[in-house]
Design a protein around this ligand. Sequence first.
Ligand code: NDP
Length: 279
Amino acid sequence: MSEREAGGGAGAPGVGVRLGVLGWPVAHSRSPEMHNAALAALGLSGWRYQRLPVPPELFDETVRALGPAGFRGANVTVPHKVAALALAREATARARAIGAANTLTFGPDGGVAADNTDAPGFLAALPESPRGRTAVVLGAGGSARAVVWALLQAGAADVAVWNRTGGRAQGLAAEVGGRAVAEVGPADLLVNCTSVGVRELAETFKSLPVTADALSEYQCIIDLVYRRGDTALVHAARSRGVAVVDGLEVLVRQGALSLEGWTGRAAPIEAMRAAARQT
Ligand code: NDP
């Protein structure tokens, strides 16, 4: 597909096609570097991806202005994923089932379409299919809903959901599936969908219901949290020889799927991975 067919010539001359990530805060996001590297690798020189810091009270009116301002699409991160689904005119079945959207596409008529690529992105990041496997999911926020839904759709045999606030785990299990647990035990996969590990590394094993040594009871640890350098969870798993998928790999995979939807082109995964990991 040519740049023009992919939308590279859309919009007023010199404006090009715009993409971005909506969040509050959003300064920490690696998505702009990752997507701009992808756009360059695809030769989409008129496209730009930018941070869009938007407080919750301005989310709806800002999103409605993006299409007319030349935006083709936007990723959505904390705390806007539920609001993004709510304002969309159309949404994929998976976004509705999960109850949150991380990808918006703006139509020429001003319509907003919502999708959730966190779920298929998580599955794409796994070293193998979770079909028939057991999993423990830590957390009950937006990313946990996507991960539990993805695991069950992919045929996981058992998905246990633990959350600091137990009632939220019960609510997630009732709405999405899986079973809420107050304590966690051994399983094939352990997925951290809490925000523990973003800043306070020393607090990780005080805040989560596993010890560093108990990580050996899992075949693979997946940490959705990403930061510069390994999280404490990833570091402890690696040092015990446990297979690891880190948050940057999940970021790359969900971003690749969003990008493919906006451009109609196969995502340059290696370029995205290199840019996401560049310090
Ligand atoms: P939410 O705000 O929706 O949920 C946060 C979760 O973390 C809740 O379950 C909350 O528990 C828990 N939590 C927060 N602080 C603590 C604590 N001190 N101890 C124990 N549990 C705690 O966030 P998301 O689900 O959207 O995102 C979670 C993390 O995953 C974020 O760091 C986000 O950046 C990352 N993420 C990464 C992605 C990637 O592509 N790599 C994709 C999506 C998310 P409680 O209910 O008790 O408050």
